[in-house]
Design a binder for this molecule. Sequence first.
Ligand SMILES: [Zn+2]
Ligand SMILES: [Zn+2]
Length: 344
Amino acid sequence: MKALVKYGMKPGEVELREVEKPAAGPDDVIMRVKSVGVCGSDIEFWQNRITFPVNIPVTLGHEFAGIVEEVGENVTEYQVGDRVVSETAAYICGTCEMCRKGMYNLCAKRLGYGNGTNGAFAKYCKCPTRVLHRLPENVSFDQASMTEPACVAYNAVLVKSHPMAGEAVAVIGPGPIGLFAIQMARIAGAYPIFALGTDVDEARMETAKEVGANITINVMKEDYNAIIKKYTNGNGAALVIDAAGNTPAVKTAMEIVKPGGQITKIAWGAKPLGISLDPIIQKAVTLQGSFSHTWSTWEAVLQLISAGTLRMEPMISHSFDLDDWLEAFETVDRKIAVKAVIHP
Ligand SMILES: [Zn+2]
Ligand SMILES: [Zn+2]
């Protein structure tokens, strides 16, 4: 089968290759992949701007949904033809403290699809039943392929953070995860919701408004601090989500957060910050990281998609065949797409 493989550690060392179709172990299913999202991290793997480990050669792709094509001999809970979506933790040890506590997203031996082990930019992908979730009837494969980034936002905003109805939330960086974070803040009843971006985010800012941002701010052109203070009685945002990751984002977060508030970092930043974190102390702010998601997150997000509470249509802007992966990646890299999906 054709698969999109990262084969080297230089920028651009990704290509379509002929690889063997995966074989199901006793507890696995083979999924016929119908829809795979192109993630910001796929762009980083392609350009080798990587902030976390990758085992080459590896088939990329970790946001995917499809149909069960084959089942292993021990599999009883899934049948050929079932519509499913897969989590990203392709391998976990199952015996460490984190695994035993159900926090398997933090297992030190975790191997993620598309970087630790072969992912889903291919016709077939091997999935242990542990990572599968059944799709509600009214959830399409394209929608389901975006469950993963939505889960990242759900975990960061609704599990790790505590947005209160009627309190201000600011989201820095209106990429797909930032846009889902805006939606989670809306679902929590936060008000007002600020979306902060730069000149390159103009199109995404329109989507931000569509999915729940009350006020959008271009930090390169507008006095973001003054605007946010104006709408929050001079206090700032009770919760700031950093979905951008770089030093300016952290600096901005510390400026706009309310005393006693929370800053939750979702986005990675490979470079040292080079700034003082003293405002965290002065304002008695909680700064925390949030990574990945677990089983219950996926079930909850699928319900939100099925209910229409989570708005998926504005999120999918482009779709491509696997042969046109380069065009898909370029569209995402140039921030033209809100979210692009590939149909292998
Ligand atoms: Zn992703
Ligand atoms: Zn473990």
